[in-house]
Write a protein that binds this ligand. Structure first.
Ligand SMILES: *[C@@H]1O[C@H](CO)[C@@H](O)[C@H](O)[C@H]1NC(C)=O
Length: 357
């Protein structure tokens, strides 16, 4: 009897899976992830708010995964053993909303709800905060980091003054500019930020999503807004941008994804919208190869789309609470192509996006 039930469930699942593969067959770009996570990381003891893969683990081909949790801890996960290598405590037990390595795995930037951004030295087993920036920002806006030269980064962060974004150069912490909306623009607080540049060495620009549902393109060199597009009725929760296709995507608490494009005159325009099954997107990320993207849903689900046509490819149903963050590894070889998702259910699910080839 039990065996029979199990088999039925298994068959139904496999059938669903085949259906999803059928849908995806329009492009031979990928094989789909299995319907179960490749593995699950447990032990954060708190909701997971941010994830970041970094190359260059102890073995050169094994990426490390960094996670930031609501209890203020940053965990460095060994993806071979599925255990925590290091736990970092630097945000006064306040939620960690952003982690990103800077040029390898030895330097880490983290941001917490203690209104601090910390720079960690993790080389040779060290775990010390060598520098920090007090943001004075009370919202949930994650900062954005862009390497502009060898050993030089720009960081965008929501500033103390409610509507402003500040750009700093790192590691010097020199202020580059402050991006202030025009008087009367009523954008509200910045909610999500994405620094990018067309090519290495070109002028950096910032895309910022605001509380009023707008996305604004800022020239970081002049501190001037180049374009503004209202793409949501609600605060923009997350956005990502593909500079090759000059197209971006954003999500909010609504039941819709907005895809917008940037024309040669630097104007943002709505390209199309995509109706979702359930409302609420916490995070969106386009895979580094720009072929697919993942969304983190308030409906506990991770959704995978083809980026070119926003074709729904898979629904990854594992978590039992809101998914807060999704992150792709930037390893180019198929077996290491991983997607990680962090949830309020305190678990991190790791998925292999390519099937065995
Ligand atoms: C930003 O401003 C600088 C200086 O005026 C200019 O050279 C650059 O082309 C501008 N960038 C964009 C993307 O418009």
């Amino acid at each position: 009897m039990w065996e029979h039930c199990f088999w039925k469930a298994h068959t139904a699942r496999a059938a669903l899976w085949i259906l999803m593969v059928e849908i995806a067959n329009f492009t031979a770009l990928m094989a789909l992830p299995p319907p179960d996570p490749q593995f699950v990381l447990r032990g954060t003891s708190a909701a997971v708010h941010t994830l970041h893969f970094s190359c260059g683990g102890p073995e050169p081909d094994a990426p490390l995964l960094f996670s930031g949790s609501e209890n203020g801890f940053i965990h460095v996960w060994n993806l071979k053993t599925h255990r925590v290598d290091t736990a970092l405590d630097g945000h006064g037990r306040k939620s960690v909303c952003f982690v990103e390595t800077m040029g390898g795995k030895d330097w880490l930037l983290s941001q917490g709800r203690d209104q601090r951004i910390c720079l960690w030295d993790l080389a040779e087993g060290r775990t010390s905060v060598t520098d920090s920036v007090f943001t004075e920002h009370v919202g949930f806006c994650r900062c954005s980091l862009l390497q502009v030269a060898q050993g030089r980064w720009l960081m965008a962060m929501a500033a103390r003054s409610l509507e402003e974004v500040q750009i700093l150069e790192l590691p010097s912490k020199t202020s580059v500019c402050t991006l202030k909306p025009e008087v009367g623009a009523k954008l509200g607080m910045p909610m999500c930020l994405k620094l990018w540049q067309l090519s290495c060495g070109s002028q950096p620009v910032l895309l910022a999503g605001y509380e009023d549902g707008s996305v604004v393109l800022w020239n970081v060199s002049t501190g001037k807004a180049l374009s503004r597009l209202t793409c949501h009725q609600e605060p923009v929760m997350s956005l990502d941008f593909d500079s090759e296709k000059a197209k971006g995507i954003s999500g909010s608490s609504e039941k819709v994804l907005s895809i917008w494009s940037l024309n040669e005159q630097q104007n943002l325009q709505v390209y199309k919208t995509h109706e979702l099954v359930n409302a609420g997107i916490s995070d969106i990320t386009i895979r580094p190869d720009k072929k697919i993207l993942a969304t983190a849903g308030w409906d506990h689900r991770i959704r995978i789309f083809g980026w070119k046509k926003l074709k729904p490819l898979a629904v990854l149903d594992y978590h039992t609470a809101t998914v807060h963050c999704v992150s792709f590894s930037d390893h180019s070889s198929p077996p290491d192509r991983l997607l990680a998702a962090g949830s309020k259910d305190q678990r991190i699910s790791v998925w292999s996006i390519y099937a065995q080839t």
